[in-house]
Design a protein around this ligand. Structure first.
Ligand SMILES: NC(=O)c1ccc[n+]([C@@H]2O[C@H](COP(=O)([O-])OP(=O)(O)OC[C@H]3O[C@@H](n4cnc5c(N)ncnc54)[C@H](O)[C@@H]3O)[C@@H](O)[C@H]2O)c1
Length: 540
């Protein structure tokens, strides 16, 4: 359970002063790790370094941090400068508390440090030398500070009370922090899951140091702008009444042409590289505007505020952004990660039932391909899932994001494991293509694709028929359609241009048991055509 509050930050950023005042306000004990090490060792830090070396100091520091992290009484903790250079400390701190970075502009830090002139590393320097050294040290340590959950500015203009109120407010938002995505290429971004959290999003923007200095724009679609007008206004207000750009709703509008209109909008209003897009949308605009964020002036920040269940559990997580091309879906795109993902359950209230079902298809997929226990959880909670029960929904979103984060953490760019997420998609995309992207939503097409994929595996003898029945029984109980009168010849051709197909090879992700899949190449055309009967011969 996350309970402690840890402070990190440069010297003179106010860690001890703010930490003490916060501890007093919360009536919690305050600890400064350096002071505790000195107290325990009966020596100053310089003496420990001189007599025992840095390794001995780091061992003592680790001992102190472990002790605090294991303490059941919540503490406010000011961390020493090197505490976050040790992987074990980082792990223990992140597991047991919220890590806050206190920051101030280098000029302010320099002025504070110069006033006292007691910091050995920065003593006896001219003002210019001190400022230059601080800037260099901050750059050096940035990767450590970036580990913080959120940042709070400590300027000379704010009273201590003001800073503390801000911290408590931000911490409130962070109580909805569910997990982090750590893509294999590096970096990390948080996912928040909760109800009615968008009206507090200013805490997020400031905590990520995007506000107040960045220009914001909200991207949405014409339908969401109407049905979620109040939440949209709340979000705009949180970003300082920023403009809204509306795309026409619908998959067929996910085009480079429409994205170009966003670029013109941004250019005409002088949005710079420091701008930030807030995507209040489902997967279509999320993918399209995400690609816009990846490419506008070679990349600007963006935050996903998904409004469909599908975008909460799938498209907002993992960093794939794209537009469609007449030759195929999502053909023009990039891998580009958001700064955060905020899943506010309140926005799902207006989501049409078939769109809810589309999201459930991806959720079922996660259980089928990766986690038999999660699959069983769904089998045991059918009614609650259908009634959109808050607690069950939260768990479904959490576990789905966790599975996707785990996969993306191993293979962000789909050179291996990530391909398993395409289960049902090769067939699903063919259905979407054959039906002009407007008969079934993406999720429903995937659910039909999962049925065809399971049948393919049974026909190949790699999946017991009972497992196919179990998958289909869950889909049936949740209310998914069973039938599409597919033209198998056309479907075969449509599957050929799936971008997931490796050159000259047709690749299928097939089930071997509930919770496990494998990649199979070049399945005989006859088998695939027979497998399509899994939906062609069914009745809804
Ligand atoms: N990037 C990825 O990794 C990834 C993964 C899966 C899917 N996708 C993409 O996601 C897209 C599908 O996303 P989607 O299913 O969210 O579709 P969508 O964005 O088109 O939303 C579905 C419909 O619901 C409406 N809507 C959205 N939120 C609403 C709300 N809260 N209340 C009422 N109506 C609302 C939209 O206007 C739209 O008409 C596809 O383009 C697919 O390619 C991407």
């Amino acid at each position: 359970m996350k309970q402690h509050i840890f402070f990190t930050g440069f010297m003179a950023s106010g860690k001890s002063r703010t930490g003490r005042a916060l501890a007093e306000r919360l009536n919690w004990p305050f600890v400064d790790t350096d002071s505790l090490i000195v107290e325990k060792a009966g020596k100053t830090i310089s003496e420990i370094f001189e007599q025992e070396g840095e390794a001995a100091f780091r061992a003592k520091e680790k001992e102190v941090i472990t002790e605090i992290c294991n303490n059941e009484t919540p503490h406010v903790v000011s961390l020493g400068g090197g505490a976050l250079t040790q992987a074990e400390n980082i792990q223990a701190i992140r597991k047991s508390g919220t890590l806050i970075r206190l920051w101030a502009k280098p000029e302010i830090l320099s002025e504070r440090i110069g006033r006292k002139n007691t910091r050995p590393l920065l003593a006896n320097l001219t003002d210019e030398e001190r400022l230059a050294k601080i800037k260099a040290m901050l750059k050096d340590r940035e990767s450590n500070y970036a580990l913080a959950d959120f940042s709070v500015e400590s300027t000379n203009d704010y009273t201590e009370k003001h800073v503390i109120e801000k911290i408590l407010h931000m911490r409130n938002f962070w109580s909805h922090h569910a997990l982090d995505v750590c893509p294999s290429s590096g970096g990390r971004y948080p996912i928040f899951i909760g109800r009615n959290i968008i009206p507090d999003a200013a805490s997020l923007l400031e905590g990520l140091r995007l506000a107040p200095s960045n220009d914001f724009l909200v991207c949405t679609d014409t339908t969401i702008a109407k049905v979620q007008s109040e939440m949209l206004a709340q979000l705009r207000g949180q970003a300082g009444r920023c403009p809204v750009f509306k795309f026409q709703a619908g998959e067929r509008n996910k085009t480079l042409h429409n994205l170009n209109q966003l670029f013109s909008f941004l250019l005409h209003r002088n949005y710079t590289r420091k701008s930030c897009l807030l995507q209040f949308s489902g997967g279509v605009v999320g993918d399209m505007a995400g690609f816009g964020a990846a490419t506008y002036q070679r990349g600007i920040s963006f935050i996903q505020f998904p409004t469909t269940l599908l975008s909460m559990v799938d498209s907002s997580v993992g960093g794939k952004v794209a537009v469609n091309h007449p030759e195929g879906k999502n053909m023009i795109g990039a891998f580009y990660q958001p700064k955060a993902v905020v899943c506010d359950l309140a926005v799902l209230a207006t989501l049409p039932e078939n769109e809810y079902l589309a999201g459930l298809a991806e959720i079922v997929k996660y259980g089928v391909i990766y986690d038999e226990q999660f699959f069983t959880y769904m089998e045991n909670n059918i009614d609650a899932i259908k009634k959109h029960d808050d607690q069950v929904l939260k768990h479904l979103i959490f576990r789905s994001c966790e599975i996707k984060a785990e996969v993306v953490g191993i293979d962000e760019k789909e050179s291996g494991l990530r391909a398993i997420l395409n289960y049902g998609h090769t067939f699903g995309h063919a259905i979407e293509k054959l039906t002009g992207y407007n008969m079934f939503s993406h999720g429903i097409a995937v659910s039909l694709g999962m049925r065809v994929a399971a049948r393919t595996a049974v026909l190949l003898g790699i999946l017991p028929a009972e497992a196919e029945s179990r998958q289909n029984a869950l889909l049936n109980a949740l209310g998914f359609p069973k039938h599409y009168n597919v033209d198998t010849e056309k479907a075969w051709d449509a599957m050929g241009v799936d971008k997931k197909a490796e050159k000259g090879t047709r690749v299928y992700i097939l089930l071997t048991e509930i919770g496990k899949v494998k990649k199979v190449c070049n399945v005989d055309k006859n088998i695939i055509q027979q497998a399509w009967d899994a939906i062609r011969a069914m009745e809804n």
